[in-house]
Design a protein around this ligand. Structure first.
Ligand code: SF4
Ligand code: SF4
Ligand code: SF4
Length: 430
């Protein structure tokens, strides 16, 4: 099969830029498609990483690598408007906000569309500028908000909307983000009270050292569960540049077995990380699955963690599930490696276990067209019979079993072969 030695990477955040730069460095032509007017993604909203480095500096360096790479073509304020084809021979149209449409033939696709922070109507979020999300707090740090330099108490509610109906999964980065910012607040002013209410503290791996550091600095961690959530007694106010009234949070201290109430200058909610807008539409266009929570679903969690079940389409970054910057970069290299394994070949070989239509028997009933989970069979407009592209067929056999005219054979699993195996199994050996 012929092969187009070009890749499309959808998403210009850290994962997408890393994958594009890696493929470009290997000498492959890459089209990097970003729907916003600038590269960088959500990482740019962070003021500082947990290790104390600047995400903006890192993104600027990565962006420069991509911009300087002659093999990478960047499409900003652009989306994938059309997509069809199969591994090695995809055809897409990239549409930009100014109405320009660019058709591109490519051999592989990498999905790196990222994730976003949810803003659920919980714990008074949206009712007061003293109740903010984790990303809001990053913005306040970046803006040098004077409340962060004072001595007023700050509270963090972890899992604000997570590990319960609506977002049963763990967003994985909000614990470390909250612990990081609790440490920053304590280091800026050791006298300021900092509270963290948690269902779980998932500072996994070596991040546990930051959890220890936060406790050493005097951050007060208190467990709650879904039946004993902290309550917002007052959302607080800020008037005419004056401090206003504090947020008041009541909670059950499980150690004291008492209900306590604390006034806060600022309450920070670790809200769930959710799939980015547009993930569902993109999944339909690429014909790749998403899970019930909206994140893209890999082909196999252990054996093919950056592949989709459709050949030639790969996945990395927050579009897969909530990830740290380090994890997104590692996965982007993995996706680029898998894509490069295809692009490095001079041509493709179609697999042996593929379905083939005997057009003399085909009644063009469309059963195979409708039932194939990979949407491979089509009706040839000239002869008006079904046709199956061998390079795209996954060999699952569904169409073979459903075809009412018995017009499809699955090579290596023909009726004669299956019957022969059955006969051999039931043969009596004397
Ligand atoms: S990472 Fe987020 S969702 Fe997971 S336990 Fe921590 S706060 Fe809850
Ligand atoms: S199901 Fe069989 S008869 Fe119907 S269109 Fe497909 S190959 Fe033809
Ligand atoms: S064998 Fe499976 S993947 Fe191939 S055309 Fe039939 S239903 Fe589609």
């Amino acid at each position: 099969m012929p092969l187009t030695h070009t890749a499309i990477v959808i998403g210009g955040g850290v994962a997408g830029m890393t994958a594009a730069a890696a493929l470009g460095d290997m000498g492959h032509e890459v089209h990097l498609v970003e729907r916003e007017a600038a590269l960088g993604g959500r990482v740019l909203e962070l003021d500082q990483t947990i290790k104390g480095s600047s995400p903006a500096d890192f993104v600027a360096g990565l962006e420069q690598r991509v911009v300087d790479n002659p093999n990478v073509k960047i499409h900003l304020a652009a989306t994938l408007e059309d997509f069809h084809g199969f591994i090695g021979n995809f055809s897409s149209v990239i549409a930009t906000a100014d109405g320009k449409r660019t058709p591109i033939d490519h051999g592989v696709v990498i999905v790196a569309t990222g994730s976003q922070e949810a803003r659920p109507e919980l714990y008074g979020l949206g009712q007061s500028d003293k109740i903010v999300t984790g990303l809001d707090l990053e913005h306040l740090f970046s803006a040098g908000d004077e409340r962060l330099a004072g001595s007023g108490a700050v509270g963090f509610i972890l899992c604000a909307g997570s590990l319960e109906d609506g977002a049963l999964y763990c967003s994985r980065t909000c614990c470390q983000q909250s612990v990081k910012n609790a440490i920053r607040l304590k280091e800026a002013n050791p006298e300021r009270p900092v509270y963290v209410w948690f269902k779980e503290v998932r500072t996994f791996g070596l991040l546990e050292e930051y959890y220890t550091r936060a406790r050493e600095l005097g951050v007060i961690f208190t467990r709650y569960d879904n039946d004993s959530k902290p309550e917002i007694v007052s959302v607080g106010t800020a008037a005419n540049g004056k401090p206003g009234t504090p947020v008041r949070v009541a909670y059950i201290d499980p150690y004291l077995q008492r209900r306590l109430e604390v006034p806060l200058e600022l309450l920070v909610l670790a809200t769930p990380t959710v799939a980015n807008d547009g993930a569902s539409e993109l999944s339909k266009m690429l014909k790749v699955p998403i899970q019930g929570d909206g994140f893209f679903l890999e082909a196999h969690v252990k054996l093919r963690p950056v592949d989709f079940s459709s050949e030639g389409i790969f996945l990395c970054g927050g579009a897969h599930y909530p990830k740290s910057i380090d994890e997104s970069i590692s996965q982007a290299f993995a996706a680029a490696g898998r894509a490069a394994a295809i692009l490095a070949k001079p041509a493709l070989k179609a697999g042996g276990v593929v379905a083939e239509v005997d057009q003399d028997k085909c009644a063009a009933c469309l059963t195979c067209v409708r039932i194939c989970p990979y949407e491979v069979p089509t009706i040839d407009p000239v002869v008006k019979k079904a046709v199956i592209e061998a390079a795209a067929c996954q060999g699952c056999g569904v169409c073979v079993s459903e075809c009412p005219a018995k017009a499809i054979v699955l090579h290596h699993y023909t009726d004669a072969q299956i019957f022969a195996k059955e006969e051999a199994l039931t043969m009596e050996v004397s």
